[in-house]
Design a protein around this ligand. Sequence first.
Ligand SMILES: N[C@@H](CCC(=O)N[C@@H](CS)C(=O)NCC(=O)O)C(=O)O
Length: 156
Amino acid sequence: MYQLIIANKNYSSWSLRVWLLMQQIKIPFSERLITFEQGNSREKFSRISPTGLLPCLIDEDTLIWDSLAIVEYLAEAFPEIWPTNKLVRAWARSATCEMHSSLQFFNSKSLSCATQVELKHLPEKSREDIIRVDRLWQEGLKSLAAPSWQAKILLL
Ligand SMILES: N[C@@H](CCC(=O)N[C@@H](CS)C(=O)NCC(=O)O)C(=O)O
């Protein structure tokens, strides 16, 4: 069985992303939580992760690090992770990679997923990221609800 090693799901959206996917696809796995250390967690996480960052996935004697690498590794065994339609898959991959490589506001370790936080100051870049992710998710949801994904995708 897979073992998913994660940090706190509230403060580590990277951990939450993989955990949510595995729950959603109903992939059997055991979960190992390593809590954040006050100040610097990297030393603690480095005992498992080559980058000192979590999440990591263990599949027997294979260790996979970085959330997107974990998704791609799992997709080899669970092809339903990505849409079968080539166009839809292209959109899904683009959206996923954008979330992964850009949108720093959501990738910051200070982001709390479960708690409502009132920010005193929102930097312009963060504001742009929020507007962008809203647009991206709306597009995805609208397309999912549409009778023909394909037609919608072509219009994007
Ligand atoms: N690109 C990595 C990012 C992982 C990452 O930044 N993990 C954070 C948790 S939110 C971490 O382990 N931080 C430890 C630290 O910075 O001390 C991924 O996709 O897995």
